[in-house]
Design a protein around this ligand. Structure first.
Ligand SMILES: Cc1cc2nc3c(=O)[nH]c(=O)nc-3n(C[C@H](O)[C@H](O)[C@H](O)COP(=O)(O)O)c2cc1C
Length: 215
């Protein structure tokens, strides 16, 4: 006898048991849990241009407002100039005393995300979808990443002679940090913190994400 609501409803409506679905590989929940913003990397792991291209490729499968698909991406490896990106990005602004990344753990590869159209709310939604999809792909590949919005747009555009303005930067690499999620109430501090070498990321409990109305 089914013991959850969906399966009970299935049995009541169709008079048969709901077929079981066999899961293959990482579930979305696993990928999401592993996909933590990473600000320290194993610099011995050299991310290749091919790996960055595989990550970028997911963007030809994702939703896009009006299917506009205006985003363009520049893969930057250690060889093609990661050391020119690094001084132009800011990481871990909520922990200024740490001056992240620590020396010897700097990201060695980046994806610079640009738009052929003027930035707008819809372009930004597309950008969010693209960034998160690329991060999930990176995690699936055993890599990690960080979305970086705090960077010098003019200098980055200049440094790589970009034909379009850069909107966001994605750092990619083999993570070398212990990061854990910690549940919080919506009114508690959202600031991430470090204790005993572990980076804690507070997340609002799922039940507090649901709006309850009394209509
Ligand atoms: C749009 C956006 C911009 C961000 N910009 C930066 C940034 O410039 N530097 C940084 O260290 N982290 C940046 N982050 C990462 C957030 O700080 C991070 O998502 C947050 O602390 C929660 O951690 P989590 O991603 O592990 O859940 C950015 C995240 C997003 C979604």
């Amino acid at each position: 006898m089914a013991d959850n609501y969906l399966e009970k409803r299935y049995e009541e409506t169709l008079g048969q048991q709901r077929p079981k679905v066999k899961r293959v590989g990482n579930t979305v929940d696993t990928l999401l849990r592993k996909n933590r913003s990473t600000r320290g990397y194993n610099i011995k792991y050299i991310v290749s241009e091919q790996e960055l291209r595989r990550i970028i490729e997911v963007c030809s499968k994702v939703p896009s407002a009006c299917n506009q698909q205006v985003l363009r991406f520049l893969p930057v490896t250690k060889e093609s100039g990661a050391d020119r990106v690094l001084p132009l990005v800011k990481m871990g602004a909520a922990l200024p005393e740490l001056h992240l990344p620590f020396e010897g753990t700097e990201p060695q590869a980046f994806i610079i995300c640009c738009s052929t159209a003027k930035e707008s709310p819809l372009v930004d939604v597309d950008l969010g979808i693209a960034l998160q999809s690329m991060l999930l792909k990176a995690v699936e590949m055993g890599l990690n990443g960080l979305i970086i919005g705090a960077f010098n747009r003019e200098k980055l555009r200049e440094a790589f002679n970009l034909p379009y303005p850069p909107l966001m930067v994605l750092a990619i690499g083999k993570g070398a940090e212990r990061i854990e999620l910690t549940p919080i109430g919506a009114d508690e501090s959202h600031a991430y913190y470090r204790r005993d070498g572990i980076h804690y990321v507070p997340k609002v409990r799922p039940d507090e994400l649901i709006i309850s109305t009394h209509a």
